[in-house]
Design a protein around this ligand. Structure first.
Ligand code: ADP
Ligand code: MG
Ligand code: MG
Length: 199
């Protein structure tokens, strides 16, 4: 069973990883965006870590809802509302149970990803965070480690795609040949999940 402490570890591991990789995320957002993805997410996940230092939610769902709320209120770019929706929806799906199963987590993340697709209108293959998140959620049925690998492969596989959503889509065919920054940060989020699970 996964408790609130597991979810807190997931969020703090994500914050640490985003902090370490912020320059790389911003560099990826430079040729096909506005070079702010790393700084956007660094600001957002620092706020998440700070909020989780002050408040100690007793339930996994509350940890994710608090994190989502922080991302929505502190990240200016497209990724803030999208990641915020992912975590808030997943948190709502988990409700106020003090412990949840891995299967419940997988279902909750599926609901979160559906929320991101509904909000942003992106489908798999549009060269967005969805291209890392969907395969990761599918692979969660196997293991956290399989989800991490699937997310990383999904992020790398965005390189040859033409962007159809977000800023990168304004470039049309010139978006081809660059890895999507949001898919890359989604792979960090899922890698942190595997880290929290000790895998
Ligand atoms: P902005 O583009 O507003 O500067 P960020 O740079 O923080 O925001 O985030 C860009 C990332 O957000 C993209 O790489 C992409 O993965 C993701 N993204 C943008 N628009 C959408 C969308 N409509 N649906 C899903 N993901 C999106
Ligand atoms: Mg940007
Ligand atoms: Mg921006």
């Amino acid at each position: 069973m996964l408790d609130a402490d597991f979810f807190r570890r997931w969020m703090t591991a994500t914050a640490a990883s985003v902090d370490r990789e912020a320059e790389r995320l911003t560099a990826l957002d430079s040729p096909i965006g506005d070079a702010d993805h790393g700084s956007n997410l660094r600001r957002g996940f620092r706020a998440v870590a700070t909020a989780l230092d002050k408040e100690v939610p007793a339930a996994p769902g509350e940890v994710l809802q608090l994190a989502g709320k922080q991302l929505i209120s502190t990240v200016g770019g497209a990724s803030g509302p999208l990641y915020g929706t992912l975590l808030r929806r997943a948190g709502k799906a988990l409700g106020d149970a003090e412990e949840v199963t891995e299967e419940q987590l997988a279902q909750a993340l599926r609901a979160g990803v559906d929320g991101v697709m509904a909000l942003g209108g992106a489908a798999p293959g549009d060269k967005t965070m969805i291209d890392a998140l969907v395969p990761a959620v599918d692979a969660l049925a196997t293991s956290f480690d399989a989800a991490r690998t699937a997310a990383e492969e999904g992020a790398v596989a965005t390189t040859p795609l033409q962007a159809r959503k977000g800023r990168a889509s304004y470039l049309g065919e010139r978006s081809i040949g660059h890895q999507d920054p949001g898919a890359t940060s989604s792979a960090l989020l899922i890698a942190a999940l595997a880290e929290a699970a000790g895998e």
